[in-house]
Ligand binder design. Structure first.
Ligand SMILES: Nc1ncnc2c1ncn2[C@@H]1O[C@H](COP(=O)(O)OP(=O)(O)OP(=O)(O)O)[C@@H](O)[C@H]1O
Length: 443
């Protein structure tokens, strides 16, 4: 490989800086070392290097790694194309994985292997093309080979071109939104983008204006007219996720919209025609909600003209390995890794896991395995799957608060069969907080 121009190395240990600088000089015309990231931006302003090697911990005695993530984000905001390699202690692999998800191109574990360090930095500085450009948004539906999914696919092929409203049910992470997109793509409305609204994350006070829009002055802060999701989705498909969260007064309004195909913005009395196809999704049991008066039966009839049920991953075991292989390929490309094969131990481990978080959990597990992989073969040891415990273990010695949170969430997701509303209420947190925590823990 040809000699590179410039690299910046940030580490608070002088010995490390001296050793790395000596090692890298034959490969870079200029090696700039910094003992603290405080001057980093100033140095970058003087000329963006080919690569940045960034330590994860700076303040003596505080080894949270958050400083590294903080500086990574800051640098990536200013120089999105600058390849950043993280320098991390052995025990911080989780942090390094998080760093890669947030934009680092690779990581090096201390104590480092000289040849590997040089190789990684040369590769990272070889091309400024952001790795995030690759396959990042590949959300296409993988149908799998299980009987259940083949039957679902054939049903989708038949109903997608019609304008029938669709209700998709399935546990959290089974791919309801991915399926909704697959339906939209196969419909006559596909030339316009599908619009989504998540009833689980919109605060109740904003539901109405979010869906129906408002006119200027309709309420405090309504400083201008604004179209809601129904109007924006006119001529296309509206995906309403977590429909079970719709409060009763909006259930009535939604029913009226479906019947009359008209909406009225908040604060207005002028009806506007809307032509939408509605795809709703939920992991709640809407029949049970109808039975105890929490969901309108007439609305349920209207939204579930076609009902598509996605089975949980543990009930379609034939799909686990093919899905894992698909994600392995996707993430190997994205993170420039060689992983291309799951050995027997990895397959056994994946096949015997309960997958309470379904495909989302599998996707995260494979992503992490690929990031930490060291060659073409992924083994069981690359997959860190939480044991699904029925309750929090009594012996918590050595466990961090985060370990315990993660275990409690995993256990509750398992007990509630993936119903996130039930999990949130059981843990006494909002759905949004639960989502954030699950995302953080890769569940
Ligand atoms: N069939 C599939 N093929 C490829 N990726 C999938 C598939 N199903 C799910 N995924 C991936 O799993 C993740 C979760 O999918 P999605 O958001 O559609 O699930 P969901 O059932 O809508 O979840 P939630 O109930 O939390 O809203 C996404 O990252 C998606 O890309």
């Amino acid at each position: 490989m040809s000699k590179r121009n410039k690299i910046v190395v940030v580490d608070d240990n002088r010995g490390v800086l001296a050793a790395v600088s000596l090692l890298l000089r034959p490969y870079f015309n200029q090696v700039i070392t910094l003992q603290s990231p405080v001057r980093l931006e100033e140095v970058l302003r003087d000329g963006v290097p080919d690569c940045l090697l960034l330590d994860m911990n700076f303040s003596a005695g505080i080894n949270t790694g958050n400083e590294g993530i903080y500086w990574l984000n800051r640098v990536k905001r200013l120089y999105p194309d600058l390849p950043v390699v993280l320098f991390t202690a052995y025990g911080d692999i989780d942090l390094a994985v998080r760093g890669m998800k947030e934009g680092a191109v690779d990581f090096i574990i201390k104590p480092w292997d000289n040849a590997r360090l040089v190789d990684t930095l040369l590769k990272a500085s070889g091309g400024r093309k952001s790795r995030n450009a690759a396959a990042d948004d590949d959300n296409s539906m993988y149908w799998g080979e299980s009987k259940a999914m083949l039957a679902l696919k054939s049903l989708v092929e038949r109903i997608a071109p019609t304008d029938a409203n669709v209700l998709i049910t399935g546990e959290n992470g089974t791919g309801k939104e991915v399926l909704a997109r697959a339906v939209h793509r196969r419909s006559a409305r596909h030339s316009r983008p599908m619009l989504s609204v998540d009833m689980g994350s919109v605060t109740e006070t904003l539901f109405e204006s979010e869906l129906f829009g408002h006119v200027k002055g309709a309420f405090t802060n309504a400083s201008a007219d604004r179209a809601g999701k129904f109007e924006a989705a006119d001529g296309s498909t509206l995906f309403m996720d977590e429909i079970g969260n719709l409060p009763p007064y909006l259930q009535s309004k939604l029913l009226t919209v479906i019947q009359n195909r008209k909406i009225v913005r908040v604060g207005s009395n002028k009806p506007v025609d809307v032509d939408i196809r509605l795809i709703c999704a939920t992991n709640c049991d809407l029949q049970a909600m109808v039975a105890d008066g929490r969901f309108r039966q007439d609305l349920l009839y209207r939204i579930n003209t076609i009902h598509l049920e996605i089975p949980p991953l543990r009930q379609r075991k034939d799909d686990i390995v093919p899905l894992a292989e698909m994600f392995m390929k996707r993430f190997s490309e994205k993170y420039k890794r060689e992983a291309s094969e799951l050995d027997g131990s990895a397959r056994d481990k994946l096949m015997s896991h309960y997958w309470p978080g379904n495909i989302r959990e599998l996707e995260h597990a494979v992503e992490k395995a690929v990031i930490i992989s060291d060659g073409p073969v992924l083994r069981a040891s690359h997959f860190e799957l939480p044991k699904v415990e029925a309750s929090v273990p009594g012996d918590v010695a050595g466990a961090t608060l985060e370990d315990m949170e993660r275990q409690m969430i995993t256990a509750a997701v398992n007990d509630c069969h993936g119903n996130l509303s039930a999990v949130a209420s059981r843990l006494g947190i909002t759905r949004q907080t639960l989502y954030n925590k699950m995302k953080k823990f890769g569940l």
